[in-house]
Design a protein around this ligand. Structure first.
Ligand SMILES: Cc1cc2nc3c(=O)[nH]c(=O)nc-3n(C[C@H](O)[C@H](O)[C@H](O)COP(=O)(O)O)c2cc1C
Length: 180
């Protein structure tokens, strides 16, 4: 494409909403599909703690950093803020039940009956996850209504499988649009 000659189309309507409700923003952000993961750690007294997240993202390769965010009213805010390590288990497309279980605040012990692996650091990770990252708790910052957690990746493991996808408030899966 010749950039000099290309014409940038101008919107013929007023450009976007400058005033919006949280609900409208949430709906719009839901247009961006994400994977689904379970972040987990172990408390000093040996209790496994975990929740479903879709805020996971890669941040840096050198050093290897990732991020995720935890809502400020989480009952596990201080557990994650003060933990030494946490794991990120990236869920496969057949892990919808797991994702729902770990997103349900009414489930008292989310790990009961769930096959778990233990990392050499003594952290729980979800058995069967398509990818697992073991992270040292590198940095945390309160921003808006979330605690931004930054982890330094210490170990990685993966198995074959297609990811679970979250889009427009629903779980879905990828489908191939062409052979590569
Ligand atoms: C697909 C999906 C993604 C989510 N992502 C996040 C997230 O990134 N951060 C967060 O704090 N809560 C997130 N939640 C909500 C938590 O999973 C939910 O509040 C859960 O009950 C927290 O567990 P707890 O009550 O034991 O702390 C997500 C829920 C779903 C279904």
């Amino acid at each position: 494409m010749n950039i000099q000659n290309s014409q940038i189309p101008l919107p013929d309507v007023e450009w976007g909403m400058a005033e919006f409700e949280t609900r409208a923003l949430r709906t719009l952000l839901g247009c961006y599909p994400t994977g689904v993961a379970i972040v987990a750690t172990r408390t000093a007294d040996g209790r496994n703690v975990g929740l479903t997240i879709n805020s996971f993202a890669s941040l840096s390769l050198e050093p290897p950093l990732i991020l995720w965010s935890l809502v400020n009213h989480s009952p596990n805010l201080s557990v994650f803020r003060n933990c030494g390590y946490f794991t990120i288990s990236i869920l496969g497309c057949d892990h919808q039940e797991l994702a729902l279980r770990f997103a349900n605040p009414r489930v008292e012990n989310k790990f009961q009956g769930i096959p778990v692996q233990e990392t050499p650091e003594g952290m729980p990770s979800i058995d069967g996850a398509i990818a697992t990252l073991v992270c040292a708790n590198h940095q945390q910052t309160h921003l808006g209504d979330h605690l931004l957690m930054i982890g330094q990746i210490k170990r990685i493991a993966s198995i074959e499988g297609k990811p679970l996808v979250f889009h427009a408030g629903m779980f879905t899966a990828l489908h191939d649009i062409r052979e590569i």
